[in-house]
Design a protein around this ligand. Sequence first.
Ligand SMILES: NC(=O)c1ccc[n+]([C@@H]2O[C@H](COP(=O)([O-])OP(=O)(O)OC[C@H]3O[C@@H](n4cnc5c(N)ncnc54)[C@H](OP(=O)(O)O)[C@@H]3O)[C@@H](O)[C@H]2O)c1
Length: 310
Amino acid sequence: MVKIGSSDLDVSRLCLGGNVFGWTADPDTSFAVLDAYLAAGGNFVDTADSYFWRKPGNSGGESETIIGDWMAARGNRDQVVIATKVGSWPERPGLSARNIATAVEDSLRRLRTDRIDLYYAHRDDPDTAQEETADAFDRLVREGKVRAIAASNFTAERLRSALEISARDGLASYVALQPHYNLMERDEYENALAPLLASEGLAGFPYYALAKGFLTGKYRPDTDVDSVRSEGARAYLDDRGRAVLAALDEIAAGHEVPVAAVALAWLADQPTVTAPIASARTPEQLADLLPALELHLTDDEQRLLAHVSS
Ligand SMILES: NC(=O)c1ccc[n+]([C@@H]2O[C@H](COP(=O)([O-])OP(=O)(O)OC[C@H]3O[C@@H](n4cnc5c(N)ncnc54)[C@H](OP(=O)(O)O)[C@@H]3O)[C@@H](O)[C@H]2O)c1
């Protein structure tokens, strides 16, 4: 277990992504994935109020509802660190004090709990003063509805100013950032965000840790993949993508683990990363990710992956 920044939350080295629950995984399969993740030693589940409103027939909140039903059915709320988000669902848009106060009650109700462990601003809201957002989040922490707060999809400049405002006004401060970062998407995180996280002691929880499935190795030349994500994932299959897959194949064979676990271990070993976030649509998919809970790469393996992905 690793501590999240300056919080008192301890989490596993792999965070389970929850956008599949109620989207590409039905409730029964979602329960099976969650059961298998917890049984393997994972304790950190990521969701959002907006998951997954884009699926035809959904309206949003489906993922939180499934996770809440699962925790109630299993009676395991205290064993799970739950992260959810506010701000990007068209029903509850933005980071105004009013929206945050309403959205948190909805999330607590769907999750069937009295507190959210880590509450994210899902994305920046340039139309709301950062002071207003900071006050609203601080109130939730003081009320005990939220244990710690975090940001997602913020630029370094906006994250820095939010941190400065919280420090200046003595308010609860973001303890983590959830950025888009993986072997295929390195530049913005490594150049702009990681130095800030390092200097401020924030935890990094990269999303799309598998590059939408590309880093599982299932996208190869001349293969057809049946997935809602295939268009986005297949776009990585250029010369660089093929070189990354070749290096992952070699390292995975050496450790006798699946390719996906190596891609996740590379991320988890980055100095400012506390845990990568990846989803699995089935328990079988999850089994390929679980070795990342323990796997560490050698310096040579780290260097090879950094080289072929640069
Ligand atoms: N903060 C944000 O703005 C933001 C944005 C996106 C995601 N997130 C969070 O990050 C999490 C991770 O992102 P993501 O789930 O979108 O993408 P991802 O983790 O990069 O890719 C996961 C997908 O890869 C495929 N996959 C996983 N294991 C596999 C295996 N063993 N074999 C074959 N295919 C496998 C599955 O999709 P298919 O089977 O459908 O191919 C799975 O849903 C999300 O669940 C969510 O919690 C946050």
